[in-house]
Design a protein around this ligand. Structure first.
Ligand SMILES: [Zn+2]
Length: 379
């Protein structure tokens, strides 16, 4: 099993390492330009990083056309990140290198209602399994991170007021993982992680809303290319009140929250009432594809309600992209209904170049987002 070490870098070295790790720079000249440091100072620090085997230099031989430019790369042995995306019924676990490239990803069943101690101990054991099986020899673990399907206070790493997560309210997730690993720890809302991972699939779009339609409803907001956390609950649209004919009490104690009608959990409950039983939100997509009318109509209604909430936000924020991910996003009527509501009600200037589409980054977007944010904490 690999060791656990904090990265032995100074602040300026860390900044240079991050520029290489994120692909922004691959030469000393680019590092000098992007960091604002003097060329001599960059050269000195790059030599130190090469010496410490955190960077490697590729392509240093000569070729017929003259000397090939040498390219700086993060050393594969520089370190590993262990990240998780915790859902209501399952968790995806990943081992990434420091540039965020997945070395191994697996999904396991996991019941979040077992409570934080049990789930986090189990998660750490699963990380240890992954490291034992997939970590290259001698490459140390540098950081640990997890997404949480509920609001997270960014200052304390505590879960605050989550739905369907008994025992988790105010639980110090970051402290618990930190005590086990003694490494930089990232604890972040799952939709925020998905947004960071997804944003990389939309080059040229700096302002995104990334909706996570799964058991719950979440939204991550990217402003000018960066995650907007606000006080920690930015993007949380689950308890916005919606307009409906009926009245349903939400878990938060208020009536008629979006989540009480349009979340996967709400759709499952509504389908159960009409005698259509499903075990998880992803099964609803199967029913829609099989043209089960109750499922299609529930999903379409959910899309309309989500779309109505988004109209306010689109007029206000004017995003370039609304990307819809999560286990329900594969249901075409969901996105079609969101689009219809937004295009019907929003200002023409706000929707003229707005793209509303299924998320592109795939099932690992939250893991990739966790890797990107954790790298900032590690370097
Ligand atoms: Zn509510």
């Amino acid at each position: 099993m690999s060791g656990k070490e904090r990265l032995p870098v100074t602040g300026a070295q860390g900044g240079l390492l991050r520029l290489v790790a994120t692909g922004q720079a691959e030469s000393r000249a680019e590092l000098a330009r992007l960091s604002g440091l003097a060329a001599s100072s960059v050269s000195l620090r790059v030599e130190e990083l090469l010496e410490a085997r955190l960077l490697v230099e590729e392509g240093s031989g000569t070729s017929r056309g003259g000397r090939r430019p040498r390219r700086l790369r993060l050393a594969p042995s520089a370190g590993l990140l262990a990240v998780a995306d915790l859902g209501a019924h399952h968790v995806r676990l990943g081992l990434l290198d420091l540039s965020g490239r997945p070395l191994a990803v697996e999904e396991r069943a996991c019941d979040i209602t077992a409570g934080p101690e049990t789930v986090l101990d189990w998660m750490a054991d699963a990380f240890d399994d992954l490291l034992r099986t997939h970590a290259p020899p001698g490459v140390p673990l540098r950081g640990v991170g997890t997404g949480i399907p509920g609001p997270v206070d960014p200052a304390s790493g505590r879960v605050v007021g989550p739905s369907r997560m008994p025992g988790w309210n105010n639980y110090p997730v970051a402290d618990q993982l930190g005590a086990r690993y003694d490494l930089p720890v990232l604890v972040e809302n799952d939709a925020n992680l998905m947004a960071v991972g997804e944003a990389r699939s939309w080059p040229g779009s700096d302002n995104l809303m990334v909706l996570k339609a799964g058991t719950g409803i979440g939204c991550g907001v990217i402003v000018n290319g960066r995650l907007h956390r606000g006080r920690g609950a930015a993007g949380d649209i689950s308890h916005v009140r919606v307009r409906t004919d009926s009245s349903i009490m939400c878990a938060c104690g208020h009536p008629d929250c979006l989540e009480a009608y349009a979340s996967g959990a709400a759709l499952m409950a509504a389908l159960a009432e009409v005698g259509v039983a499903v075990d998880r939100p992803a099964d609803i997509v199967g029913l829609v594809n099989d043209a089960v009318p109750e499922a299609t109509s529930q999903v379409r209604n959910a899309g309309r309600l989500i779309g109505e909430v988004l109209t306010v936000l689109v007029n206000f924020f004017n995003p370039d992209v609304i990307a819809v991910g999560g286990s329900l996003s594969a249901a075409e009527p969901l996105i079609a209904a969101i689009r219809a509501a937004v295009y019907e009600r929003c200002l023409p200037l706000a929707t003229r170049d707005l793209e509303i589409a299924a998320a592109r980054a795939g099932q690992d977007s939250a893991l990739l987002g966790a890797g990107a944010l954790l790298l900032d904490a590690v370097l």
